[in-house]
Each structure stands twice: as structure tokens, then as C-alpha cells.
Write a protein that binds this ligand. Structure first.
Ligand SMILES: Cc1ncc(COP(=O)(O)O)c(C=O)c1O
Length: 287
């Protein structure tokens, strides 16, 4: 028994479909030993994957960036995700996909003949409630001490784990990480800043994981006539923002209404957030 986990749910492991409670990998799996692997999370609404193409393209990019070769085509991945969703019978849920470099004698360099370990599971998720959307999140700042390849969706998540715990210990919902005085991202989300009606986000580079919602919010902003600027954003600009918000697969888009103990702008979800939220809901409804 694992608290809050349905051990009877069916997962995919290296070509087999098994109960989560029965799925086993070797202690010599490099994902376990070195954190040598990557992952992605595809959200689904009413059993239908949302923005799957973007997620699978990112999965393939992550694999290529650490030279893991998997024998699965894009079509195979799609079938895997859709098949698992069907089997699960779940409505709003997420498909977690993880690939590690496989099982080998413990040695840092890539093994010659290891077969990558491929694991997928489906878990339910609850869309952000009307109360959370209305109240917004609280956040505090912290230094970004992670490595310099944050664009890879690596399972080596210790920096993100410690960042999230920093928020928990501070009694807030999220952290905003700053590197050399400039905004990077949250513990597991991208961060958006609004000043004078302009939506801004840190540029796509190695200092952030480009969320699949990055392009989506950019599209939604364009459709709503909101100018968007991707550029380095200083901590002072974040302190003086009219609006702050975050985005991720499970949080969708949410306002941050309290930052470092002070209200952001009016302290209420702002106009730009409302426009992006309406666009997001419409995109989900159109699935
Ligand atoms: C570090 C980090 N940044 C950003 C994101 C947002 O990515 P997405 O919108 O694809 O969920 C995530 C999501 O897990 C993340 O872990």
C-alpha cells in the first residue's frame, strides 16, 4: 500500500501492461542510480490528451539531448498515451512518461548495450478550483541554484524538489527562482509578469524548462490582443509587477496574488490573467 496511490491501476513498463503495484525495475536502473533519464507529463481532459504533439516533441527533444535512443516512433508514443488513457477510463488526468538509460553496471559513462527503461502511468488530477482561481497563489523568491541545463526535462529533480519544499516550509504555494538577479521559473512551473498591459516571460533558453503552455499562452495572448515580450526580467521588475501568474500542465494558468508577503498589483487576479484563463478554458472545452 502506498498512500493516495491506486496500486491496481494499469501501467506500461518496457512493453508490458501490469498493475502499478506489481511494476518493478532493477536497483541498477540508471534512473535510480544517477537520475539518468527524462520524463514528460501529458494532461488529459475527459480522457482526451491536451497538446499531446507539443509534449511528445519535447519528450523526443529531451531524449535526443541526453543521447537516449528509444525504439518508439511518434505514432507509437501517441498510441501508448491514448491506449493507457482508454484503459484507465479516467476523465481529467495526466499521463506520466519516463525513460531512463536502462540497467547496467554502475559506471558514470553511458553503457554500451543497455536498453532504455520506458515507463508510463496515468494518474487523476483535479483542475484548479474556482476558489484558487479567484484567490490566487502566494509565492516567495529564492535563489535558483539548479544546474545550467534546465531546458532538459530531466528526472534529476533535486533542485526542484528542494525549491518546492522551500515554499512548503515558508507556508506559501510556490517559489519564484532568481539567477543572478533575474527571474527563471517556479519549482515546477513557468512564471509570467505583466506590466502596463504587456505580458512578459523569461526567454526560452537553458535557464528554464519551456513549458508546453509557454507557446499556448503566447498564442492566447496574441488572440486577445495582448502584447508579449520574452526577455530577461529583473527581480525589481517582478517586485513592481501589475500581475504575476504561473503555468503548468496541472495548474494550467493561475494568478499569483501575494509575492514575498505583499499584494501583487491590486492583490486580485488581473485583466491579463482573466483573458488568458478564458482562452485556456475555451481551448480545453474545444477538445
Ligand atoms: C521546472 C518546470 N518548469 C516549467 C514547467 C511547465 O511545463 P508544462 O507547461 O509543460 O507543464 C514544469 C512542469 O512540470 C516544470 O517542471
Amino acid at each position: 500500500m502506498i498512500p493516495d496511490v491506486d496500486c491496481d491501476s494499469i501501467v506500461y513498463l518496457n512493453g508490458d501492461y501490469v498493475r502499478l503495484g506489481d511494476a518493478k525495475i532493477s536497483v541498477l536502473d540508471r534512473g535510480f542510480i544517477f537520475g539518468d533519464g527524462i520524463y514528460d507529463v501529458v494532461p488529459a481532459y475527459n480522457g482526451k490528451p491536451f497538446r499531446m504533439d507539443g509534449h511528445l516533441a519535447r519528450l523526443e527533444r529531451s531524449l535526443a539531448s541526453i543521447s537516449i535512443k528509444v525504439d518508439l516512433t511518434r505514432h507509437d508514443w501517441e498510441q501508448l498515451v491514448e491506449g493507457l488513457l482508454k484503459r484507465s477510463g479516467m476523465g481529467d488526468c495526466m499521463v506520466y512518461i519516463q525513460v531512463s538509460r536502462g540497467v547496467a553496471k554502475r559506471d558514470h559513462a553511458f553503457p554500451k548495450n543497455a536498453r532504455p527503461t520506458v515507463f508510463c502511468m496515468v494518474a487523476p488530477f483535479k483542475r484548479p478550483s474556482p476558489e484558487v482561481r479567484e484567490q490566487g497563489y502566494s509565492a516567495v523568491s529564492m535563489p535558483d541554484v539548479r544546474w545550467l541545463r534546465c531546458e532538459i526535462k530531466s528526472v534529476s529533480l533535486l533542485g526542484n524538489v528542494l525549491a518546492k519544499q522551500y515554499a512548503v516550509d515558508a507556508g506559501v504555494d510556490e517559489v519564484l527562482q532568481f539567477r543572478d538577479g533575474y527571474l527563471s521559473e517556479g519549482a515546477s512551473c513557468n512564471i509570467w509578469v505583466v506590466k502596463d498591459g504587456i505580458l512578459m516571460a523569461p526567454p526560452r533558453n537553458n535557464l528554464i524548462l519551456e513549458g508546453i503552455r509557454y507557446s499556448l499562452l503566447e498564442e492566447l495572448a496574441a488572440a486577445a490582443g495582448i502584447p508579449f515580450d520574452a526577455r530577461p526580467i529583473s527581480q525589481q521588475e517582478v517586485d513592481n509587477a501589475d500581475e504575476l501568474m504561473l503555468s503548468s500542465a496541472t495548474k494550467e494558468v493561475l494568478p499569483i496574488t501575494v509575492f514575498n508577503g505583499k499584494p501583487v498589483g491590486t492583490g486580485k487576479p488581473g485583466k491579463v490573467y482573466q483573458a488568458l484563463r478564458a482562452g485556456y478554458d475555451a481551448a480545453v472545452a474545444a477538445l
